[in-house]
Design a protein around this ligand. Structure first.
Ligand SMILES: [Fe+2]
Ligand SMILES: [Fe+2]
Length: 162
């Protein structure tokens, strides 16, 4: 059973971004499909941790590009990123507590709603507005640090090959 199936409505209009988004969904599917209740094991715990790190890095990069480009809808977009991170943290907590299976349907619905609402609307608008601006997927993180006061991850971007 696939937790989140890719849909055309998730497309942003940028094939490289869509590819990255497909990888995120694949990561969620491969971790969540295999979760069963029982004593938590280190491998699943690591995979959940890797998934959270992957999604966090994707968001940090997108948010850095938005700040750099003075994107007008930065804050609501960032707030919606936090919603998915909260969902993933909730899944991790449920797994640790051994109650994931009983909440599986609720988690799947929340994840499905988020992906349906974020990729095809907020990310699609972002990449449409950025137009010729640097493509987040073509950038790489050269420095990263956490500003705990502002609850922000600061990222210094460089373009690949430069
Ligand atoms: Fe986004
Ligand atoms: Fe994105």
């Amino acid at each position: 059973m696939v937790v989140i199936a890719w849909k055309d409505e998730f497309c942003t209009g940028n094939p490289a971004v869509d590819h990255e988004h497909q990888q995120l969904i694949h990561g969620i599917n491969s971790v969540c499909e295999g979760i069963h209740d029982g004593p938590p094991d280190d491998e699943t715990r690591d995979r959940l941790g890797d998934l959270l790190a992957h999604i966090t890095a994707h968001f940090a990069l997108e948010e850095a590009v938005m700040r750099e480009q003075l994107y007008d809808e930065y804050q609501p977009h960032k707030d919606d990123h936090e919603v998915l991170l909260d969902h993933i943290r909730d899944i991790m907590c449920a797994y640790e507590a051994g109650v994931f299976a009983g909440r599986r349907e609720d988690f799947i619905k929340r994840l499905g709603d988020w992906f349906g609402g974020h990729f095809g609307t907020l990310d699609a608008r972002l990449h449409r507005v950025l137009g010729q601006a640097p493509d987040p997927v073509a950038m790489k993180i050269s420095k990263i640090d956490l500003d705990q006061g502002k609850n922000e991850i600061n990222v210094l971007l460089t373009t690949h090959g430069k």
